[in-house]
Design a protein around this ligand. Structure first.
Ligand code: ZN
Length: 187
């Protein structure tokens, strides 16, 4: 009986110590800091990290160029991500080009304005697909247009080539790219 009581007492002490510790932890953060923390983690749950994608885009472009045998060296197009571009802004820009408003944010390179739109929403990518290989796909369209003066008449060929390079990239590097832990060839 004595032993049982002792165990109950010890477990009560442990519980109250844990409660005190967690209270201390919470009080370390000001309300502002904790709201910043929760919005940052909400963003990382929803989107692939935009800064990582941006940081790797020049290197990805050189991989695409070498795969396409281009020796040109023009700068990257303007990159716009769904994490920081409103749907309305995207729709208005694309409407000028396509003549209608797309329903959702899709990956597309607009050669008229030299802008590359990339959807980095996590929910849009399943299995081995990532915004990294989608970025590669759109960079192929950029190179076709900038380096090879591609014409819209060759639409089917251009799309086939973009899919081919994207698939090659995913087969060779896709396995090393795991969510936020980007470990592609451009690390
Ligand atoms: Zn395409």
């Amino acid at each position: 009986m004595k032993n049982v009581l002792a165990i109950i007492l010890v477990s009560m002490m442990v519980t109250s110590t844990m409660a005190a510790a967690s209270q201390n932890e919470t009080s370390l953060y000001s309300p502002l800091a904790s709201s910043l923390l929760s919005s940052a983690s909400a963003e990382s749950l929803t989107y692939w990290n935009e800064q990582n994608l941006r940081a790797n885009s020049s290197c990805l472009l050189s991989i695409v160029r070498s795969k396409m045998n281009s020796t040109k060296a023009s700068a990257l197009p303007e990159l716009k991500f769904s994490s920081s571009t409103s749907l309305e802004e995207f729709q208005a820009a694309i409407e000028q080009w396509w003549g209608f408003r797309p329903e959702k944010f899709v990956n597309v390179y607009n050669a008229n304005t030299n802008t590359l739109y990339l959807n980095n929403n996590k929910a849009s990518y399943k299995n081995s697909r990532t915004p990294v290989d989608s970025l590669v796909h759109e960079l192929v369209h950029f190179v076709q247009s900038k380096d090879f003066n591609a014409s819209h008449e060759d639409g089917e060929y251009l799309e086939d080539q973009a899919v081919q390079v994207q698939t090659w990239f995913r087969d060779n590097y896709g396995l090393h790219i795991q969510n936020e832990d980007y470990q592609g060839p451009c690390k």
